[in-house]
Design a protein around this ligand. Structure first.
Ligand code: NAD
Ligand code: UDP
Length: 314
């Protein structure tokens, strides 16, 4: 049995990760400041004697004896990470320093939840890990993008200078049950709007693309990455390469929910990337047996079922 710390464990991805690690027979410490996470996501785990919930902000040092650390703490939706941009960048940078310092001291393995956003508005398509990206350092998304880029730098430097055992995964747009109703990201927004027969808010003309990964495929990928030998540190892209325009996503969701919603067009937020698609050949090679298994329509059906129940309880 391993002792595993998950920062951001009460969030969308974190709660699925805690659940999966417990199912595999590990002891899990879930750390969260509940900025975007919620007790609702992990309430079903609270009775498990191998699960511990700690309210803590990772911009402050934290100490515990663990074998592995998954560093997920950071708001991920643009509306939430732009709410307090200074706090967002502090979470990425000071959070990384605190978790790397802890990993160094207790000799734990530490995995960073990085993001496709480190490629910015990519000129190279699809994105391979070698691509350095096209990122605005002073825009509305910079607190998130540059914070995550700096965290990757810190991970590499602690590895080179202090031999900390690191893993970096670059996560592409992931969706699924337990996204918050007010999360603000495209999949949850469109599903909530469609189920309520409200207007579906297309930002820009909807021709921008994203590649959507279902949550279980991501959890499978990140846990396999943690279990690789120390010589493979990444960064590695984890995503589903099937690329859709935002308009195609809206149409699929309207069809699956049989919604009466109409599309409304709103201004495109600044620096919104035009296209995004992961090249996952490295992940397929190194994370033996991993590949995305749930395609968009199936994943949307599960997610719609979840939101249908959630909205009934509102
Ligand atoms: P989320 O907002 O649901 O989860 C983030 C969690 O971190 C929340 O529980 C929040 O309360 C917690 N948190 C935020 N700041 C904190 C702090 N200072 N101290 C302690 N806890 C803090 O988002 P998510 O989609 O689950 O994302 C989890 C991680 O994965 C993030 O690091 C995000 O950048 C990364 N990621 C997610 C996606 C995606 O598509 N979902 C894509 C790329 C990267
Ligand atoms: N988007 C949209 N309507 C919404 C929310 C988002 O058209 O209600 C668009 C957004 O402009 C972006 C894409 O959907 O082009 C994905 O946005 P999201 O915030 O989910 O993720 P990110 O931009 O960080 O990939």
């Amino acid at each position: 049995m391993k002792k595993i710390l998950v920062t951001g464990g009460a969030g969308f991805i974190g709660s699925h990760l805690c659940e999966s690690l417990l199912e595999k027979g590990n002891e899990v410490l879930c750390l969260d400041n509940f900025f975007t996470g919620s007790k609702r996501n992990i309430v079903h785990l609270l009775q498990n004697p191998y699960f511990e919930l700690i309210r803590h902000d990772i911009t402050h040092p934290f100490f515990a004896e663990v074998d592995e650390i998954y560093n997920l703490a950071c708001p991920a939706s643009p509306i939430h990470y732009q709410y307090n941009p200074i706090k967002t960048i502090k979470t990425s940078v000071m959070g990384a320093i605190n978790m790397l310092g802890l990993a160094k001291r207790i000799r734990a393995k530490v995995l960073q939840a990085s993001t496709s956003e480190i490629y910015g508005d990519p000129i190279v398509h699809p994105q391979k890990e070698e691509y350095w990206g096209n990122v605005n350092p002073i825009g509305r998304r910079s607190c998130y993008d540059e914070g995550k880029r700096c965290a990757e730098t810190l991970f590499m430097d602690y590895h080179i200078q202090n031999k900390v055992r690191i893993k970096i995964v670059r996560i592409f747009n992931t969706y699924g049950p337990r996204m918050d109703v007010n999360d603000g990201r495209v999949v949850s927004n469109f599903i909530v709007q469609a189920l309520s027969n409200e207007d579906i808010t297309i930002f820009g003309d909807g021709s921008q693309t994203r590649s959507f990964q279902y949550i279980t495929d991501l959890i499978d990928g990140v846990t396999r990455m943690m279990d690789t030998g120390d010589e493979f540190i990444g960064p590695v892209n984890i995503g589903n390469p099937n690329e859709f325009t935002v308009l195609q996503l809206a149409e699929k969701i309207i069809k699956l929910t049989r919604s009466r919603s109409k599309l409304v067009y709103m201004p495109l937020p600044s620096d919104d990337p035009v296209q995004r698609q992961p090249d996952i050949s490295l992940a397929k090679k190194k994370l033996k047996g991993w590949e995305p298994r749930i395609q968009l329509e199936e994943g949307l059906v599960h997610t719609i079922d979840y939101f249908r129940e959630r909205l009934k309880k509102q």
